[in-house]
Write a protein that binds this ligand. Structure first.
Ligand code: FAD
Ligand code: DLZ
Ligand code: SF4
Length: 510
């Protein structure tokens, strides 16, 4: 008899573990444990989403005839680990092997590889995660041939490999690989933003929400309104809804930000993709069909598919290629702690306050809010990478180390010295003003840099460029920035840098 341990982010009916086991003879094990729910202070909605999706997944497998052992969260043992549960289960259900699909975080996989075989009375068999389009071996092979890794080239390989949006084996649909020059417009009120789909809550959802309210109320974020899909069927409905109502404008307004709007035309599918409720190819094929049937334009569909077969697969490859050392990189030697408003949400910077509000209310903020507002600020202010990484890992429903870490440490903080991306995504208030309506509702003045009420992003931007001049000046993609800086009136430049110095002294008060 074999036992298949299925983790909270492995809820795919096509999971390798299920394919390896025999439903007549073997059994499945799922466990809600304090150690996984508390190794970082996960947002309350993230815990509720995972527990409820786990319980629904277990019920569906039982309906298919599987023998499922399910451990509900036990508040009497808040420290319980997955290993504790496996050991207890094996005492009552002797098995010759424990089968597990390669997990998403180095932290846990390292224990499974190093510790579990030593302490368990049976063999431990780890299977490749078959829910990604590129295996870790394939990524390693691709990376091994190159001096410099760039997502764009990896993405082109993935397009050829999957045949998605390909006119022929080598030629992309529309004659270009990338249509971003048509994307990235600010949103001016048209077309109206469609409401998100709403899901009815069943008894499983309700009992999980009670459990989280009782035992995890000390975790960040609000538990309600909880509006995440918790079954594969609901996640497919969310996908269909996105394809019909949001995808057509996804490209145009991908980078736009708006007061009191967390979703705009984004899909909000990342929690489902990452937990296994949806599979990447299924999502991309649905988008491709919409293009082929004339229901969505190429710039939108290409931009969307790129995020999934490009960025998502690329960051996963980078993570496993470089862990555990990657997590400790700090190429800019940052030392500043994370300001308190990342946890309280209380700041006079309207752009930051709006992103925090979305984050705490929904466990979600879209990519540009993460990258160009909360991330950009941490980059400019020189926050310790470890602290900002822990924050992103905690506060988003879709967050797992394999995807959060490269995005934060590499893409946002440039703490890997440019390994993941060729230049830091640093921006002043001007960019935020162009892409959002936040500045119109802010106490700070986005047009100035060194007055008492000046937008902090402006002077911090020049301070960042100045303090890392040696590292970035030679970068052809940043050359223009230094030329503009040098052409600035010397007194204005000095005042701006001095103002930034003062802000950095009282970062917690902004
Ligand atoms: P959409 O804009 O609709 O994009 C479609 C899908 O593409 C997403 O569902 C996601 O699966 C994928 N995707 C898009 N961008 C990326 C990316 N850069 N890396 C990987 N996949 C991507 N994404 C996570 O899934 N988990 C994280 O923990 C996470 N942490 C992030 C931290 C920072 C600092 C930044 C800048 C980005 C992070 N991202 C993370 C990437 C991205 O912001 C989210 O995937 C996206 O906002 C999810 O919302 P959506 O489903 O509406 O995305
Ligand atoms: C994130 C999470 C949470 C909150 N709780 C559980 C849990 O109780 N049981 C479980 O199997 N998985 C949980 N997870 C997901 C795991 O943390 C995730 O599988 C690992 O981090 C590997 O990606
Ligand atoms: Fe953000 Fe500056 Fe605009 Fe205020 S003025 S919203 S701080 S960019």
């Amino acid at each position: 008899m074999k036992i298949g341990l299925i983790l909270g982010d492995q809820l795919s009916p096509g999971l390798a573990t299920l394919a390896q086991l025999d439903r007549q003879r073997d059994c499945l094990l799922l466990a809600e444990v304090g150690a996984e729910a508390r190794y970082v202070a996960h947002h309350q909605q993230k815990i509720a989403f995972i527990f409820s999706a786990m319980r629904h997944f277990a019920a569906e497998r039982r309906d298919e005839g599987w023998n499922v052992i399910y451990q509900h969260y036990d508040p009497a043992t808040p420290e319980r680990t997955l290993l504790d549960v496996v050991q207890d289960t094996l005492k009552h259900n002797p098995a010759d092997s424990l089968v597990i699909t390669h997990c998403g975080e180095y932290r846990l996989q390292h224990d499974i590889d190093q510790l579990w075989p030593r302490v368990l009375p049976c063999a431990v068999r780890v299977l490749d995660d078959n829910r990604f389009l590129a295996s870790l071996e394939e990524f390693k092979h691709w990376a091994g041939q190159r001096k410099q890794l760039r997502m764009e080239y990896f993405y082109r390989e993935m397009r050829k490999r999957t045949g998605l949006l390909m006119r022929s084996a080598t030629q992309p649909e529309g004659g270009q690989w990338n249509f971003d020059q048509r994307n990235r417009q600010p949103y001016r009120g048209e077309p109206p933003i469609p409401p998100l789909p709403a899901f009815t809550r069943d008894d499983i959802d309700k009992s999980v929400l009670e459990c989280v309210a009782s035992h995890f109320s000390d975790h960040p974020g609000k538990l309600q309104p909880f509006n995440w899909a918790t079954t594969g069927q609901q996640a497919r409905a969310a996908l269909d809804h996105f394809i019909e109502f949001r995808l057509p404008w996804y490209g145009d307004f991908q980078d736009a930000m708006l007061m009191h709007e967390h979703a705009l035309f984004h899909s909000l599918l990342s929690p489902y993709l990452n937990a296994g409720l949806l599979e990447p190819l299924q999502v991309c094929e649905a988008a491709q069909t919409a293009y082929q049937e004339g229901r969505a334009p190429l710039n939108a569909v290409e931009g969307f598919i790129r995020q999934i077969i490009g960025w998502r697969e690329y960051v996963r490859g980078i993570y496993w290629l470089n862990m555990p050392d990657y997590a400790h990189l700090n190429s800019q030697h940052n030392q500043r702690p994370l300001p308190h408003y990342y946890w309280s949400g209380e700041t006079r910077m309207q752009c930051m306050a709006q992103c925090f509000k979305n984050t705490f209310e929904h466990g979600y903020a879209h990519h540009i809010q993460r990258l160009m507002i909360t991330g950009n600020f941490a980059l400019l202010a020189g926050i310790v990478p470890r602290e900002i990484c822990q924050w992103y890992l905690a506060v988003y429903v879709d967050a797992y180390d394999w995807v959060e870490l490269p995005n934060t440490l590499g893409m946002v903080m440039h703490a890997d010295g440019g390994y993941l991306g060729s230049k830091p995504y640093a921006a002043s208030g001007n960019y935020i003003h162009k892409m959002s309506d936040y500045c119109q509702h802010c106490d700070y003045n986005v047009k100035t840099a060194s007055e008492a009420d000046s937008c902090p992003f402006n002077s911090l931007y020049w301070h960042f460029m100045q303090r890392h001049r040696t590292a970035f000046e030679g970068n052809p993609r940043m050359n223009m920035i230094y030329r503009t800086f040098d052409k600035m009136d010397a007194e204005k430049r000095a005042r701006s840098l001095q103002h930034a110095e003062q802000l950095l002294q009282r970062l917690d008060e902004l």
